[in-house]
Design a protein around this ligand. Structure first.
Ligand code: CA
Ligand code: CA
Ligand code: CA
Length: 132
């Protein structure tokens, strides 16, 4: 299993092959997105976390050039299914699926509150992470 996981990660890290790179779902935590902790996400901060401009504009509802926590939560309420990163469709995120989507092992441990080895939709809902 270990080897398979590494293969997945290696595939996810392949630089700009143009294959699945643009359509693969990305995830990030609020704390990663808001690098300077001022409770808003600027375009620069979003870009650094790998968020495409189009998504930024979508979430920045009032078009003031930054995403407030409120705007982020509105987006999260509407786009919070774990389905895009639940590749084997068992309704929970395994560690392999999480790492593939860009989460670190430490972050996975934090989100997997009951230590089941999986992040459930419920755990995800309260996590402060978003998918785009
Ligand atoms: Ca900020
Ligand atoms: Ca805004
Ligand atoms: Ca799964």
């Amino acid at each position: 299993m270990k080897h398979i996981n590494y293969l997945f990660i290696a595939a996810a890290l392949l630089p700009l092959t143009g294959y699945s790179q643009t359509t693969a779902p990305k995830i990030a935590s609020l704390s990663t997105l808001d690098a300077n902790k001022d409770q808003k996400i600027t375009k620069e901060e979003a870009a650094k976390a790998g968020m495409p401009d189009a998504i930024f504009l979508l979430i920045d509802k009032d078009n003031n050039g930054s995403i407030s926590i409120t705007e982020l939560n509105v987006h999260k309420t509407k786009n919070n299914s774990i389905a895009p990163i639940d590749t084997d469709k068992d309704k929970k995120i395994s560690k392999a699926e999480a790492l593939k989507a860009g989460m670190t092992e430490q972050e996975f441990k934090t989100l997997d509150k009951d230590n089941s080895g999986f992040i459930t939709q419920q755990e995800w809902d309260t996590s402060g992470w978003i998918i785009w």
